[in-house]
Design a protein around this ligand. Structure first.
Ligand SMILES: NC(=O)c1ccc[n+]([C@@H]2O[C@H](COP(=O)([O-])OP(=O)(O)OC[C@H]3O[C@@H](n4cnc5c(N)ncnc54)[C@H](O)[C@@H]3O)[C@@H](O)[C@H]2O)c1
Length: 208
């Protein structure tokens, strides 16, 4: 959000460079897209508030959010916008030039050697803070739930796509409803695992 031009140049121009290279060399593409392409539209879906998390009120989302979920007429953040534009470019290269392209709109990835900062990699950020006895800040009420996906499972999905006969496809990809976690639920797990009480403070919801 502080450097939108850098974001544009890396995410969009960078992806375009990769696409051109793939076109000229007849290569396949796996594109790391994101659930952020749906922008603020996801926040218009009614939810029920439960003690540790929010749940979709509409049962049609119990198992999955479809790839046809709207992307238009909403805020996305500069990151979400550059990722969405790149996502559409990859789709277009698949349509126009016949590239084999898998567009994976990913949820929250976690795994070994994740470089966590406060803005990225929340699961390892919280886990390391709990181990080190460092404080963490929750923006909002901590009931926001995320579909957490182990990085090796994601790589298995990439390989399955590359080995398949599917020419091009957009996938919303997470580990599914049984593997969702709210921030409060992760803190409870960490408390049980480490025997330590993470120091938690709360602040307002953040933009985007
Ligand atoms: N981690 C997640 O939960 C998540 C979720 C959805 C989508 N994604 C997407 O997955 C991709 C990887 O994310 P990550 O979490 O592994 O991030 P990361 O920060 O761990 O890795 C990003 C990589 O990109 C490299 N990079 C940055 N600028 C570059 C440039 N100008 N030229 C070449 N390389 C450059 C970095 O060196 C780093 O290796 C991103 O495209 C991100 O949008 C990640």
């Amino acid at each position: 959000m502080l450097e939108p031009r850098t974001d544009f140049e890396v995410n969009l121009v960078g992806t375009f460079n990769v696409l051109e290279t793939a076109r000229l060399n007849d290569s396949s593409i796996v594109f790391c897209s994101t659930n952020k392409v749906y922008g603020n539209n996801v926040n218009t879906v009614p939810v029920h508030e439960r003690p540790t998390r929010y749940l979709f009120a509409d049962h049609k989302f119990d198992q999955r959010v479809p790839e046809s979920f709207p992307i238009d007429q909403t805020g996305h953040s500069p990151y979400g916008t550059s990722k969405l534009a790149a996502d559409i470019y990859v789709q277009e290269y698949a349509h126009t030039y016949g590239l084999k392209a898998g567009i994976f709109r990913m949820s929250c990835i976690y795994g070994e050697r994740q470089f966590r900062v406060e803005d990225q990699g929340w699961l390892s950020w919280f886990a390391i803070a709990a181990h080190m006895g460092k404080p963490v800040t929750i923006y909002g009420d901590g009931k926001q739930a995320r579909d957490v996906l182990y990085v090796s499972d994601l790589l298995t999905a990439y390989e399955a796509f590359l080995e398949s006969n599917v020419k091009h496809q957009v996938f919303n990809i997470g580990r599914g409803p049984d593997n969702t976690l709210s921030l409060l639920e992760l803190l409870r797990m960490l408390r049980e695992m480490t025997g330590k009480d993470p120091q938690v403070s709360f602040q307002d919801w953040r933009p985007s």
